[in-house]
Design a protein around this ligand. Structure first.
Ligand SMILES: Nc1ncnc2c1ncn2[C@@H]1O[C@H](COP(=O)(O)OP(=O)(O)O)[C@@H](O)[C@H]1O
Ligand SMILES: [Mg+2]
Length: 307
């Protein structure tokens, strides 16, 4: 029995037809083109422009909102410039996790505003002088480079601006003020919550004409926010209806890198007064009766109450 089995096994081996080698495909021009169209380099994501820049960036404060995409397999796509400013360009960025299968219909894309501070001669340094005076940079080589505006110094200044904005947003978001959530910072780029709908940015307050009831409500939102800031000793420093977005009847205040210490900065009260004036002038222009002097007095009192 066992001999039999052995025999048939052996016979099977001997009688199997030998494999004939397969001819490799001819290296025609079409075949070569087909090969180069499939980019297999690990740097290319399957979709989007690049892999998500989340890994390797410094991340925003906790508790992190549920919409933030932390998946290392996520991809980014730059949808272009939203606005070119004096110191920075703001781009719209889309981040999503590519679908794992055809049945996966989940649209998990998130829009973010990418604020990129310039590190070239195209920047205007109008905010730098006063700002840098109060800023301690431990390494004096860096201080000298910034003062002399060498290329290295300019790059330093730009990343300091980016850090200043990121830190301010982190702090303010942490205490519940209406600012975009800062998602991440890397070098001179800050990614933050996109204020708007489906990649369309919310209008700046300056472009809007709210009806009287909403106008009054918005004034109250502005008053409460600036009071809470002042209570902590801060003023925005560049507040105007151009740095306030209106989304779903709520004000969201943006553009924070120059945030000012009202008492510590000799020009603090002056900045606060200008912020107060810019906003009051807009509300008055839209038909609201406002007492700018009294409001500024209240803000100053809030700032002084800490001392
Ligand atoms: N988080 C955001 N969501 C939507 N739009 C934004 C956001 N941040 C900036 N923007 C748009 O980009 C413009 C410029 O941004 P801002 O921070 O004010 O920079 P700048 O220093 O150039 O004034 C804003 O007026 C606004 O239209
Ligand atoms: Mg601005």
């Amino acid at each position: 029995m066992s001999d039999n089995t052995f025999d048939s096994y052996n016979t099977f081996g001997e009688s199997s037809t030998p494999l004939t080698p397969v001819e490799p495909p001819a290296l025609t021009a079409e075949f070569r083109d087909g090969l180069s169209a499939v980019d297999t380099s690990p740097d290319r994501p399957p979709e989007g422009d690049s892999w998500s820049s989340w890994d390797g960036a410094l991340h925003g404060p906790n508790p992190r909102p549920a919409w933030v995409i932390t998946d290392l397999g996520a991809v980014d796509e730059d949808l272009g410039i939203l606005k070119t400013g004096k110191e920075a360009d703001v781009h719209v960025l889309r981040r999503w996790v590519p679908r794992k299968s055809l049945e996966d219909t989940d649209d998990n894309a998130v829009y973010m505003a990418a604020k990129r501070f310039r590190d070239s001669d195209h920047r205007m340094f109008h905010r730098d002088a006063g700002y840098l005076e109060g800023r301690r940079v431990r390494r004096s080589r860096e201080m000298r480079a910034m003062a002399r505006r060498t290329d290295f110094g300019k790059a330093m200044i730009s990343s300091q601006w980016a850090s200043a904005e990121f830190n301010a947003l982190s702090e303010l978001w942490g205490i519940g003020l209406p600012v975009p959530y800062p998602v991440q910072i890397s070098g001179t780029e800050v990614l933050m919550e996109f204020i708007g709908e489906d990649g369309r940015a919310a209008p700046r307050l300056a472009q809007t004409r709210p009806e009287p009831a909403l106008l009054l409500d918005l004034f109250e939102q502005f008053r409460v926010t600036v009071s809470e800031l002042a209570l902590r000793g801060w003023a925005h420093g560049d507040l105007s209806p151009f740095n306030v977005l209106l989304h779903d009847d709520r004000l969201v205040i943006i553009d924070w890198p120059q945030i000012v210490d009202i008492i510590g900065n000799p020009r603090g009260p002056e900045f606060l007064q200008r912020d107060c004036h810019n906003m009051c002038a807009w509300f008055a222009g839209r038909g609201l009766v406002v007492d700018e002097g009294e409001l500024f007095g209240d803000f100053m009192a809030a700032a002084m109450s800490r001392w």
